[in-house]
Design a protein around this ligand. Structure first.
Ligand code: 0A1
Ligand code: ZN
Length: 877
């Protein structure tokens, strides 16, 4: 096999031919589906005449081909591995093809496949070429008409994009429905679903008074799990009208839940297809976190109707144009419907753990990459979440009003077009009158910028001098970086008053909270009229996706945690304080000396617990220690055992010192009102459950009893899952084992709950867990063909159980590599994602590095899909 070759952004050219209309007919069959395509093609005005017609196509058996009704001779075209070339074509013409495909054999879940007996499609990014020969690129936009023919009994429901225009019976127990989608769209937004589905229906009146039918299509047994998604959809539709002036544009909006899906969900025009895990909820099967995730994803896919579908990407290098913007939109939506500070804390905690790690590893890439081998590998935290942070910075830079004017301009100017990131940023520059040239570097440079800051207070002159210096580390292919435009939101908190001090910068009064713009490598900011010595509160709200270093003393951090007016930074100060204490304990563990708890941390917790803050949701976050993964992210060399020991020690010390406070918090926040996924209830549950996890860290008898009661009360999945997790992670197998068994039996019929059952077990810190993983891989509810199962069992083990995945004997690595090798054949996209933890070998000690690289080499020796090849090559480069 020849090595897969990268493609480059700089090679972009418009397509030689464009399609204006696409007419498809599917005659469905699990092993031999026939797809007829009639494409209305014409030469692209910017391209030369006489070019051959090259269409993408993979794993298609061509049965017939004609141009303008004339069948082609064998020597007039060529079919290869990657597609079809017709040597000579007219300027404008009709191309008819017929191909045969095999949905049942499609384990990659890209193109047309079957999931739990139902036909469904996934075309982003390049799945449509597995359905028919086509210029499968986002800058080719056509209107679609789709006729779906199926078995009337096996597939009573036949869906595609747009509006249904005709239906009828056919001989042999077959029937058909024809759908028409009047909005020109790229092939990646095409969708088809056929199967025995039930629907829940509702309606929405748009701001201009149009009636839209909303349908949620699920398997019969899931009809009771659709309320939350439907309610979320309606909220999202209203929010997009109010926040962005965007209205829905078809008579119907459909969501279908499928069990086998590579990602969360897909924004196909008028027919969103969702991983069932991203849409189905019920108080007894889904946790608060799952309810919130569903709300966020439903909104995300809906918002794509404008940011992605009406205005789409010119090419896949622009992926963040739709994803970064849409994630930003869904984050704002969720912040408004839930607790805004907690949403930001959760998003940032995740970002700083996972995206920072990606940006520091061998697969680091810019938000707009300039080359790739397999676009499927670029649905990353960098494209999505860092892209969203960039849009957030833009919104803060230009201000809310200008941002809205800029987005209005963008949607109006580019409606129906496939555009670039420059087009988006230009609209923001035009609407605000600001120069965003330097800002564009955020899209081009990979790596997390670091800011080294220090400050001096001059008592005599009442001045505070803040010095900021930025650097972005080298990343693969980018040894040298330029200075970025970094907005730093800040305040100065007076050490005497505990209040934000008025800020005067260059003679200008700026209130008590302001944004300074770091554009040079090093810059000095002089604040005047500073009446008392301040502690600076920097990067408030995480105003830029950077690492900020400031030589805070522990007293400073305790002070900020108590007094900062910015909720996010109050939380962050607590995290920094805990990290300093953890650093000492990690060192103590490594040096074999006795661990001593920093009393300042205990004191800070005591204050938090006593203060009975009115924001319970934030309080729960403040009481949560940085995760092992985030602690690891801060260490020069990761020692998983020392990190685990240090963090456990802090939890236990806090639990011993503050046992009665935790008990009090638990009891105060235990309620049995009927479950609702509402902010107040969620806050109370999270606070109560945090308290319980401290009590369980010392396996306190009362704590154990409370956990057992909480499990048995079976009030809602949030409480049940949390209690079960704590029990299973404890040393008390006598209580945990029967509970685990009962849970597994009760929910054997529900795949989404069984995913949780797997995850709970494989996150156990005890050393027997690897055997458990191997054992569970044989469980009847497990299947390598189902991505949710792979993620729940193998993904959770490799990503959320550091002490066991990084076992010194390399058995964790071996298990992961074995799975990747098997999945490489079945589902390359999932295999390439799964390999990620092994690519981080440089962060570990030499012995582990060798073991991890050894497994990567073992994978490399296989015949690899382009997906896995690209990741493994980068990891070993
Ligand atoms: N555009 C979707 C994500 C997505 C991408 C690729 C897929 O193929 C397996 C599926 C979904 C989103 O951002 O939600
Ligand atoms: Zn998206």
């Amino acid at each position: 096999m020849s090595e897969p070759q990268p493609i480059y952004l700089s090679d972009y050219r418009p397509p030689a031919y464009r399609v204006t209309r696409t007419e498809l007919t599917f005659d469905l069959d699990p092993d031999a589906t026939r797809v007829k395509a009639r494409l209305h093609l014409e030469r692209h005005p910017e391209r030369e005449a006489g070019a051959p017609l090259a269409l993408d196509g993979e794993q298609l058996a061509l049965k017939a081909i004609a141009i303008d009704g004339q069948p082609l001779e064998q020597d007039e075209y060529e079919v290869g591995e990657a597609g079809l070339v017709v040597h000579r074509v007219p300027e404008a013409f009709l191309l008819d093809t017929e191909v045969e495909i095999a949905p049942d054999g499609n384990t990659a879940l890209s193109g047309l496949y079957r999931s739990s007996g139902m036909f469904c499609t996934q075309c982003e990014a390049e799945g449509f070429r597995r359905i028919t020969f086509y210029p499968d690129r986002p800058d080719v936009m056509a209107t679609f008409s789709t006729t779906v023919i199926g078995d009337a009994e096996r597939e009573p429901v036949l869906l595609s994009n747009g509006n249904p225009v005709e239906r009828g019976e056919l001989p042999g127990g077959r029937h058909f429905v024809t759908w028409d989608d009047p909005h020109p769209k790229p092939s990646y937004l095409f969708a088809l679903v056929a199967g025995d589905l039930r629907k829940v229906e509702d309606g929405f009146t748009t701001m201009s008074g149009r009636e839209v039918t909303l349908q949620l299509w699920v398997e019969e047994e899931n009809l009771d799990k659709t309320d939350h998604a439907m309610a979320s959809l309606k909220r999202a539709m209203r929010w997009d009208e109010e926040a962005y002036g965007r209205e829905y544009d078809l008579d119907r909006f459909m969501i279908v839940a499928v069990n086998d899906f590579n990602m969360g969900a897909m924004e196909n025009k008028g027919l969103n297809i969702f991983n069932s895990a991203a849409v189905l909820t019920h108080p007894h099967t889904a946790t608060d976190a799952a309810f919130q995730r569903v709300e966020g994803i439903v909104a995300h896919e809906y918002f794509h109707n404008w940011s992605g579908n009406r205005v789409t990407c010119r090419d896949w290098f622009q992926l963040s144009l739709k994803e970064g913007f849409t994630v930003f939109r869904d984050q704002c939506f969720s912040a408004e419907t839930n607790s805004a500070p907690v949403k930001r804390i959760e998003d940032v905690a995740f970002f700083r753990t996972a995206q920072f790690a990606e940006d520091a590893g061998p697969t680091a890439h810019p938000v707009r990459p300039d080359h790739y081998i397999e676009i499927g590998n670029f649905y990353t935290l960098t494209i999505y979440e860092k892209g969203a942070e960039i849009v957030r910075m833009l919104s803060n830079l230009v201000g809310k009003e200008a941002f809205r004017r800029g987005s209005d301009l963008y949607f109006e100017r580019f409606d129906g077009q496939a555009v670039t990131i420059e087009d988006f940023v230009d609209c923001m520059a035009e609407a605000s009158g600001q120069d965003l040239d330097q800002f564009m570097l955020w899209y081009a440079q990979a790596g997390t910028p670091e800011i080294d800051a220090h400050g001096e207070y001059d008592y005599a002159n009442a001045e505070y001098r803040l010095i900021l210096r930025q650097r972005t580390p080298a990343t693969p292919g980018q040894p040298d970086k330029q200075a970025l435009h970094i907005p730093v939101r800040l305040g100065l908190v007076g050490t005497k008053s505990g209040r934000d001090l008025p800020l005067t910068l260059d003679g200008e009064m700026r209130g008590t909270d302001t944004v300074i713009h770091l554009r040079e490598e090093e810059q000095e900011f002089l604040f005047t009229d500073v009446s008392e010595a301040p502690v600076p509160s920097l990067l408030r709200g995480f105003s830029a996706p950077v690492k900020l270093h400031f030589p805070y003393g522990r007293e400073d951090l305790a002070f900020l945690q108590a007094h900062d007016s910015d909720g996010f930074n109050r939380w962050d100060a607590g995290q920094r304080l805990a990290l300093l204490a953890l650093d000492d304990l990690i060192a103590a563990h490594r040096n074999g000396v006795e661990k001593v708890m920093d009393p300042r941390v205990t004191e800070a917790f005591r204050v938090l617990l006593a203060a009975e803050s009115d924001d319970k949701a934030v309080l729960a976050q403040m009481l949560t220690l940085p995760s092992e993964a985030y602690i690891a992210e801060q260490q020069p060399l990761v020692d998983v055992d020392a990190i685990h020991a240090a963090r456990t020690f802090v939890k236990q010390s806090l639990a011993l010192a503050l046992r009665t406070d935790f008990l009090h918090v638990y009891r105060e926040h235990q309620h049995d009102a009927p479950y609702a996924p509402e902010p107040e209830q969620i806050a109370a549950r999270s606070l109560k459950n945090v308290a319980l996890s401290y009590l369980m860290a010392i396996e306190d008898e009362t704590g154990l009893e409370l956990a057992r009661e909480q499990f048995e009360a079976d009030h809602n999945m949030t409480d049940v899952r949390h209690a079960l997790t704590l029990l299973v992670h404890s040393s008390r197998g006598d209580i945990a084992d029967p509970a685990l068994k009962a849970f597994g039996e009760t929910w054997a019929h529900d795949p989404l709950v069984m995913d949780q059952w797997f995850a709970i077990q494989v996150t156990r810190p005890q050393p027997d867990v690897l055997d458990r993983v191997t054992f569970l891989m044989e469980h009847p509810a497990f299947s390598l063909k189902n991505p949710n199962k792979v993620r729940a069992l193998i993904g959770t083990f490799a990503n959320q159980n550091p002490v066991n995945f990084h076992r010194a004997d390399g058995a964790g690595y071996r298990l992961l590599a074995d799975t990747v090798i098997e999945l490489n054949r079945l589902n390359p996209e999932i295999a390439a994602r799964l390999v990620t933890p092994l690519t981080r070998w440089a962060r570990f000690d030499e012995a582990r590095q060798e073991l991890m690289k050894g497994e990567l080499e073992r994978i490399r020796a296989e015949e690899l899909s382009p997906n896995v090849y690209e990741v493994v090559e980068k990891a070993l480069a």
